[in-house]
Design a protein around this ligand. Sequence first.
Ligand code: HEC
Length: 133
Amino acid sequence: MRLLFLLSVLMLGACVEREAPTGREDFATFCAACHGASGRGDGPAAAGLDRKPADLTGLSARNGGVFPGTAVMAKIWGYTGVSPGDRDGGSPMPEFGPLLQGELVPYDGGDGISTPTPVRLVQIAEYLKTLQE
Ligand code: HEC
């Protein structure tokens, strides 16, 4: 019985992976042009921008050592056009509609509240977490 459960979890994992690109892949596609492959804000498109892309390797450091999961999610989500109120008009960040497609998974950004969140957003946040120094 327990083996069966384990198997179905593994199969579910395999499905999710096949359907959605990984966080690393989505970061390369949607974010690296500005934020740089390493997330330091030194992507090829950064030089042409009025506002310098944030150094995404310092998100935790700038937040007292804690990865600001919910704020990061709100930032990306804000630019998907779902919550237009989050757009401040001054940022060159584009919209990321495709990142909202696919499955919803529970995500707790660190405040203890789990919210159903598009899996690709969660994966990007998890990937950004690995870039923190
Ligand atoms: C067209 C260039 C561009 C692209 C593409 C882009 N960003 Fe940004 N990003 C910026 C700029 C410029 C800022 C700083 C101004 C601001 O906060 O809006 C920023 C800020 C941020 C911040 C806030 C950091 C902080 O310390 O407040 C986060 C988080 C972020 N970007 C994540 C992402 C992610 C994740 C992607 C890909 C899904 C992405 N960005 C794609 C230009 C871009």
